[in-house]
Design a protein around this ligand. Structure first.
Ligand code: NDP
Length: 450
């Protein structure tokens, strides 16, 4: 039977690759999903007849545009802008904007595709989308970032809206960028609406939104550990990245009794065997969010090791949280993690593990929470921000955090429902893919051929 499924997966992928050549990250994301979905679809022919899978991999709409802006020297700069409106079967398109020089169509399509299933898993009514630009905010002045954001939003504003498409942040898009983008939308449309999430607290933002992805990935790790009667208390945790997701994962792990020993950026990683406690994390937040400096400066300040050009996966740990970017854990690194006793991987980033690394986790029966489940807390609280905007009310920190925790528990339960293996362990990849798929697929069936 396995061979029949392999053949179906290969045939499906051959068509996806032929239709979307050179979009390698998109192929990778689709392959990981169809591998687990095709056996399920074979048992549920209504999805097969309606070609739901073939429709899921085709965006409803792709918007590609020019973003001209003037730098501080008065020189004209031109970037590419994108918005992928992937699937609106269960709600308005929802997903972040990424500003990074590596951004291209294939990367955004992989992210948008993952987002559809992730948003469905949250139990909230949100479709999937993703967007961004090859603009690099690193090294730019605040003025340049503002000019870029204003030009980007001048075009994007024609395509989004609180009931149509609601972008948020991602790599390179934090509170500063969301502010500039929101200001320009309001100016062009003369409307104060919840068109973006991740807004400032004084102008429609939600408490806990900045924390949500990192907190959620930590809650998910705790839920996975509970299935083995264990918890994060006393665990040594390796985290990559030092941006939004990494910072708040570090905060929550520490609050729950774990010890975070690494953080990284694209230049290298720091190893602090004494643990990155609340006070040291305050410094990281200042360093990264205000000074916009490099993580190597942490090692100088707190007199610990810094490893230039390396990732933190060679460090001994119980739990790994890849929180930086796609494909940042490869097969050899996964093997090293297992050899060093690591038995939990909770992904704050999107698709941070290569397919070969995932095979290592699965073979070792690790507690492996894939990004679309483990990092769904961010978009879940974005959904709660949309609800608060519609109600014109703000919920308390405790209320939003309690809802986030409950959503992460529900996502975990959904993964268990669809991912239980015969030996009693849980395949969270299968669980998340099927759990996310069913609601979207049934909604697509109900809405006819659209
Ligand atoms: P930030 O821009 O705040 O931080 C990104 C971090 O990752 C930085 O430390 C950055 O280092 C590092 N990084 C980025 N690109 C690379 C690279 N190519 N190689 C090595 N390190 C890199 O982004 P976020 O924290 O928001 O996002 C991190 C991940 O989490 C992404 O995969 C994102 O898609 C995912 N995610 C984010 C959500 C959110 O709510 N923000 C929601 C769900 C998922 P440097 O400063 O050197 O670039």
């Amino acid at each position: 039977m396995a061979n029949v499924f392999d053949q179906l997966v290969n045939d499906f992928m051959a068509k996806v690759i032929a239709k979307n050549p050179s979009e390698v990250e998109f192929h990778q994301a689709v392959h990981e999903v169809v591998e687990t979905l095709i056996p399920y679809i074979e048992e549920n022919p209504q999805y097969k007849e309606a070609k739901i899978l073939e429709r899921l991999v085709e965006p409803e709409r792709v918007i590609l545009f020019r973003v001209p802006w003037l730098d501080d020297k008065g020189e004209v700069q031109i970037n590419k802008g994108y918005r992928i409106e992937m699937n609106s079967a269960i709600g308005p398109y929802k997903g972040g904007l990424r500003f990074h020089p590596t951004v291209n169509l294939g990367i955004l399509k992989f992210l948008a595709f993952e987002q559809v299933l992730k948003n469905s898993l949250t139990t909230l009514p949100m479709g999937g989308g993703k967007g961004g630009s090859d603009f690099d905010p690193k090294g730019k002045s605040d003025n340049e970032v503002m000019k870029f954001c204003q030009s980007f939003m001048t075009e994007l504003s024609k395509h989004i809206g609180p009931n149509t498409d609601v972008p948020a942040g991602d790599i390179g898009v934090g509170g500063r960028e969301i502010g500039f983008l929101f200001g320009q939308y309001k100016r062009i449309r003369n409307e104060f609406t919840g068109v973006l999430t991740g807004k400032g607290l004084g102008w429609g933002g939600s408490l806990i939104r900045p924390e949500a992805t990192g907190y959620g990935a930590t809650y998910f790790a705790e839920e996975m550990l509970k299935t083995r009667g264990d918890s994060l208390k006393g665990k040594t945790v390796a985290i990559s990245g030092s941006g939004n997701v990494a910072q708040y994962a570090c905060e929550k792990v520490t609050q729950m009794g774990g010890k975070v020993v690494t953080l990284s950026d694209s230049s290298g990683f720091i190893y602090d065997p004494n643990g990155i406690d609340a006070e040291k994390l305050q410094y990281v937040m200042w360093l990264k969010n205000v000074k916009r400096g490099r993580i190597s400066e942490y090692a100088k300040k707190f007199d610990c090791e810094y490893h230039e050009g390396l990732r933190p996966w060679g460090v001994k740990c119980d739990v790994a949280m890849p929180n930086a970017t796609q494909n940042e854990v490869n097969e050899d690194e996964a093997k090293t993690l297992v050899a060093n006793g690591c038995f939990v991987v909770s992904e704050g980033a999107n698709m941070p593990s290569t397919p070969e690394a995932i095979a290592v986790y699965q073979e070792a029966r690790m507690l492996y929470g894939p990004g679309k489940a483990a990092n769904a807390g961010g978009v879940a609280v974005s959904g709660l921000e949309m609800s608060q905007n519609s109600l014109r009310l703000s919920w308390t920190r405790e209320e939003v955090d309690a809802r986030l925790l409950q959503i992460m528990k529900d996502i975990h339960a959904n993964c268990v429902k669809y991912g239980k293996r015969e030996d009693g362990t849980i395949d969270y990849v299968t669980g998340a893919n099927i759990g996310g798929f069913v609601k979207v697929a049934d909604s697509m069936l109900a809405q006819g051929l659209v």
